[in-house]
Design a binder for this molecule. Structure first.
Ligand code: ZN
Length: 253
């Protein structure tokens, strides 16, 4: 093992801690503050946060998520170190991954993608996209992704309205949130035009597979709820990264 590996190991770990920090602080305070507890909003000491211990005030336990994110980002850091995404330098990929990771956490935990995070994702994806395939394909990819999911967003709203009228009761859960529309735009910048289309198709397929698994397990456990929406951000992001690497490995001649 070469001594150079200390870089992706160390920075991968830092990126995990930073993604954890963003996902704790931004949903509560909307700007960067001292580490806070997700549940009670009490300020936590840096040592309490860094060790992933329970909140001193309310006892909220984030140990599992904290270490899961740290290990995942360590692995992702090593992957982009060994398999760089085209011309994007290692540190560029790591920044993109850190932003996406914090979005995935808040989308899973709160079913929300914060506007600050969307704007950050736009900026880093645009820079990465420009690096990969120039500004024109980057802009076209972003616009295509945004418009395509905007269409799906309104279709979803129509469907929800139709269903709630049919059942005579309001259906609160939206199939697709506006944060997902922003994410489709950000991922469009990253993959560029026309690769945003297979990327979003992959996202829909991944989302469909996971929804089916969730549906089947909840049917087995008898806890079926028709409109329990799954967070879509993680699928849009993983679909984009999957297609980006697929076409880097198998370029169209
Ligand atoms: Zn607390």
């Amino acid at each position: 093992m070469s001594a150079q590996l200390i870089i992706p190991i160390l920075f991968g770990f830092f990126s995990g801690i930073f993604a954890n920090y963003l996902a704790d602080v931004l949903p509560r305070n909307r700007h960067l503050t001292n580490p806070v507890c997700l549940d009670c909003g009490e300020i936590r000491s840096f040592s309490n946060f860094l060790s992933g211990k329970r909140c001193q005030a309310c006892g909220k336990n984030i140990y599992f998520r904290y270490w899961l994110v740290n290990v995942a980002s360590l692995i992702l850091s090593l992957l982009v170190w060994f398999f760089p995404a085209g011309l994007i330098p290692y540190w560029g990929s790591l920044i993109v991954l850190t932003v996406f990771m914090s979005i995935i956490i808040t989308d899973i935990e709160y079913h929300v993608i914060l506007n600050q995070m969307s704007v950050t994702a736009f900026l880093v994806s645009f820079a990465a996209g420009w690096w990969l395939h120039g500004w024109l394909k980057t802009i076209l990819g972003g616009i295509s992704g945004f418009l395509l999911f905007l269409g799906l967003y309104y279709l979803g709203r129509l469907f929800t309205r139709f269903m709630s009228r049919k059942r005579g009761e309001p259906v609160d859960e939206e199939a697709l949130g506006f944060g997902d529309v922003y994410m489709a735009g950000a991922v469009g910048f990253l993959t560029g035009f026309p690769f945003i289309f297979p990327a979003l198709l992959a996202a829909i397929v991944f989302g469909g597979i996971v929804s089916a698994v969730v549906l089947i397990t909840s049917l087995i456990r008898n806890s079926y709820e028709a409109f329990r929406a799954i967070p879509y951000g993680p699928f849009i992001i993983s679909g984009g990264i999957f297609i980006l690497y697929y076409y880097l490995i198998n370029p169209i001649k």
